[in-house]
Design a protein around this ligand. Structure first.
Ligand code: NDP
Length: 266
């Protein structure tokens, strides 16, 4: 078990790769089989964390994440888990912690899109999106929080979106889910701060992952026109921000929604 030097600042696993391996901590990542979740899993493995991760499928993508994590010298444990299912999440957390030890870093990255104008939105489109990004994060936070408070150490990061801050036509479900996630982040941060546990969110703009596969060339062009840096971001850039936020270098940062969007909101 980790023994913090002082509440909330164990000071053992650092932000930089040079600190890796001083002491292994473990991290849990939802949606770790692809995209941003995979990049986070690999980056945290490079930073010295063992990685428990989940996705709904035990597919090639999940195997590839496990391979990349172990190549970085960390242990990997994948659990098939749909984060919309509270019992499945409890099992994911219990199984990963049994294999890898108590979690220090917890990253909620699982998310889906079901874009529709409100007039055409089916209840299922709403529930899939809110159930994954918001209910899913709730299930994970609830499953881990008691342990983090007891150990008086830990850092959670919720992967939100700039859409949760500004909204977007055709994405009321996604905006509600991510806006809710930002609220959860701030409220939980206040709740757990006295116990040395930090909670933050990252709010990416357009990031090159399979989530954007459905975008037409016209939509991509329109999106690029709104980004000051005139390019989409990489999952690795988001992972670097997440790694910073869970690291001891960020030990006075909590309750923040940090945008990483190439200047889309300027
Ligand atoms: P991807 O589609 O590339 O990956 C999504 C991951 O989540 C996969 O591992 C998928 O695996 C998993 N997943 C989806 N639903 C569930 C579920 N119910 N339970 C468990 N795992 C699930 O998406 P990104 O990496 O692009 O997105 C990651 C996060 O970043 C999301 O929350 C998204 O909203 C957010 N984001 C992404 C942006 C982008 O431009 N890409 C921009 C802003 C925010 P499986 O299908 O096997 O379950």
């Amino acid at each position: 078990m980790l023994t913090p030097g002082r509440s909330g600042s164990p000071g053992r696993v650092g932000h930089g790769r040079e600190h890796a391996m001083e002491l292994r901590r473990s991290a849990l990542v939802t949606g770790g089989s692809r995209g941003i979740g995979r990049a986070v899993a690999v980056r945290l493995a490079q930073d010295g964390y063992d990685i428990g991760f989940c996705s709904r499928s035990a597919d090639e993508a999940a195997l590839e994440t496990a391979r990349l994590v172990t190549s970085a010298g960390a242990r990997a444990h994948h659990v098939v888990c749909d984060v919309t299912d509270a019992d499945a999440v409890r099992t994911f957390v219990a199984e990963a912690e049994e294999k890898l030890g108590p979690a220090y870093a917890v990253v909620n990255s699982a998310g889906v899109l079901r874009d529709r104008p409100m007039a055409l939105m089916a209840a299922r489109d709403w529930q899939d999106v809110v159930g994954t990004s918001l209910d899913g994060a709730f299930h994970v936070c609830r499953a881990v929080v008691r342990g983090l408070l007891t150990r008086r150490a830990g850092a959670l990061v919720n992967v939100s979106s700039v859409i949760g801050v500004y909204g977007n036509a055709g994405q009321t479900n996604y905006a509600a889910a991510k806006g809710g996630l930002n609220g959860l982040t701030r409220a939980l941060a206040k709740e757990v701060a006295p116990y040395g546990v930090r909670v933050n969110a990252v709010a990416p703009g357009f990031i090159e992952t399979e989530m954007l596969d459905g975008m037409t060339a016209k939509a991509r062009e329109a999106a690029l026109g709104k980004i000051a840096m005139a390019r989409f971001g990489s999952a690795e850039s988001v992972a670097a921000l997440v790694a910073f936020l869970v690291s001891d270098a960020a030990d006075y940062i909590t309750g923040q929604v940090v945008q990483i969007d190439g200047g889309i909101a300027l």
